[in-house]
Design a protein around this ligand. Structure first.
Ligand SMILES: [Zn+2]
Length: 284
């Protein structure tokens, strides 16, 4: 879950050049990292969703903006045996692949299900080990959390995760540094369903998504209610067919992040050493 009711969390915490290439001297990048950390704290409160347009304008990679004829479909917080299989069934019948940002703690409880997600052809990504605000943890704790999640997810699924989305969508300087070290590219979203809001329905989720839906966008939904009111995943599940129909009507392909932002790379292999010095992702 990224921004549960009343929790907010839509930061624009890192600077990324429009060309997707890292620029500027190391000192400048360090300053930006510190700025990002400060912004992450400052922007962690409720109401930050209003800054979504700012993020999309100035930090397009972080906002998940990719190919203009494509929409990235992403799910966070799983896997959960009580709900994730329903999403796999639906996506399988629609012949659509998505990106699942998994929690390491959830994977540890359902490793077979995590493997099933990967075996079905979906992209595996990292959401951390615990669902906690990273800005409230020290750099070592953040790195340990992300490293543990990355290693467990990679071992269980056999996948090489490329993308990382922080819990609540709130980054920190420590998280950015850990992501770089682990070869993960941070990515948030450009539209969401807010299905975690109590009382949400498939129609309300669909209406919320389409408010910001556009080619090149990344949609955030949740395939479980581990971090939200019980049963809220059903609203997300019910909205997916409508979303797929709408994208088809607009001539937009729907798929995982790997098909959305192919130019984003990490330069590292999970468990491996950096292939080159310096940040290899497009994030400062
Ligand atoms: Zn989450």
């Amino acid at each position: 879950m990224e921004a549960h009711a009343g929790r907010g969390g839509m930061p624009s915490t890192v600077a990324e050049t429009a060309s997707g290439r890292c620029r500027g001297p190391a000192r400048a990048r360090g300053a930006l990292l510190l700025t990002a950390a400060g912004l992450a704290v400052a922007q962690g409160g409720p109401g930050i969703t209003a800054l979504g347009p700012v993020r999309q304008r100035w930090f397009p990679g972080l906002a998940g903006l990719g190919k203009a004829d494509h929409v990235a479909l992403t799910f966070d917080d799983g896997p959960d045996p009580g709900s994730t299989p329903r999403f796999l069934e639906l996506l399988g019948s629609a012949r659509v692949h998505a990106t699942f940002f998994l929690l390491g703690s959830m994977v540890a409880r359902a490793p077979g299900l995590a493997a099933d997600i990967a075996a079905a052809g979906h992209e595996i990504a990292i959401h951390g080990w615990d669902h906690r605000y990273l800005v409230l943890r020290g750099p070592r704790g953040v790195r340990d959390d992300m490293s543990r999640a990355r290693d467990t997810v990679a071992e269980v699924t056999g996948a090489a995760p490329r993308f990382f989305r922080p819990p609540y969508g709130v980054l920190s300087g420590g998280a950015l540094a850990a992501a770089w070290w682990l070869g993960l590219t941070p990515v948030l979203w450009s539209s969401w369903g807010r299905e975690w809001k109590r009382g949400a329905t498939p129609d309300s989720v669909y209406a919320t998504i389409t408010r910001d839906l556009a080619g090149g966008g990344t949609v955030l939904l949740h395939d479980c209610d581990a971090s939200s009111p019980p049963g809220t995943w059903r609203a997300a599940l019910g909205a997916v067919p409508m979303l797929l129909d709408e994208c088809a009507r607009r001539g937009l392909r729907v798929g995982p992040m790997r098909d959305h932002v192919g130019h984003l790379g990490t330069g590292r292999r999970p468990g491996g050493q950096p292939s080159a010095p310096g940040p290899a992702s497009t994030i400062i």
